[in-house]
Unconditional design. Structure first.
Length: 250
């Protein structure tokens, strides 16, 4: 549990620019990278007893990130939704426990997605377009640590580490992956293992939340207590929130 809780609060990661995932023939363009997903379902089993999470991430062309979260602990399950707006405001709904809510902050799945993309890139550097059939790769890294840095926080995994990666096409624009990641834990002789599996969609698609969505039922918080947009009155819809952020640069 201690290892898992440490891992999921390491850093913030910004959403990459969305790209068109299909070429003229209907397959994936070779320029598409592993972190260019528009939506991704990600299941993560952390070190520890009965600790795992499931996330569905949706990226908006506007930069917003919607996360449907499900966290399983021994004897308890927590579910909820988080929406990061303009990299500054966080909308949350559905969570019961403040303690578990803090563990399911939006940066936890973003961290795991960044790690997933890094490991896939090491295993299949040509990108998702190169996965036209089932691919199985093992990577052993004895020296180079994994460094994760968003500009807001840093984290990583020291060497040695290894990954057994399986990637395969689900259809023209989706790629399924299964990563068994063995990594060093400072102060422990044995390696720990994390499993990351899911499917990513590399086709541009509409964001599931519309501008006119009411904020009723959502809890609004700000990443900065002094955010000037937080002082604006009359924020009732998602469009209002986006407009307030646009009018009040930090």
């Amino acid at each position: 549990m201690k290892i898992a809780r440490t891992l999921i609060v390491l850093l913030l990661v910004s959403a990459p620019m969305l790209v068109s995932g299909q070429d003229a023939e209907g397959g994936l363009d070779r320029s598409v990278a592993w972190n260019d997903v528009t939506t991704v379902r990600l299941d993560v089993t952390f070190p520890g007893d009965g600790y795992n999470a499931r996330w569905l991430l949706n990226r908006c062309e506007c930069g917003d990130l919607l996360i449907e979260s499900e966290l399983h602990l021994p004897g308890d399950t927590e579910m909820g939704e988080l929406l990061l707006v303009g990299q500054r405001a966080v909308l949350e709904r559905g969570f019961r426990s403040k303690e578990l809510e803090s563990q399911m902050s939006w940066d936890a799945p973003a961290l795991m997605m960044q790690l997933t993309a890094y490991l896939l890139n090491r295993a299949v550097p040509a990108g998702p377009s190169a996965v036209t059939e089932r691919v199985m790769v093992k990577v052993d890294e004895p020296e180079a640590a994994i460094s994760l840095d968003s500009g807001n926080a840093v984290g990583g995994f020291p060497a040695p580490w290894s990954v057994k990666a399986v990637a395969e096409p689900h259809d023209l624009t989706h790629r399924r992956f299964d990563l068994k990641f063995d990594f060093s834990v400072p102060g422990q002789a044995e390696m720990a293992q994390m499993r990351l599996k899911g499917v990513g969609n590399y086709e541009r698609r509409d964001f599931p939340l519309q501008d006119d969505m009411s904020l009723d039922g959502w809890h609004l918080s700000w990443r900065s207590e002094n955010d000037p947009a937080s002082l604006e009155p009359g924020i009732e819809t998602l469009a209002d929130l986006r407009a307030a952020i646009a009018r009040n640069p930090q």
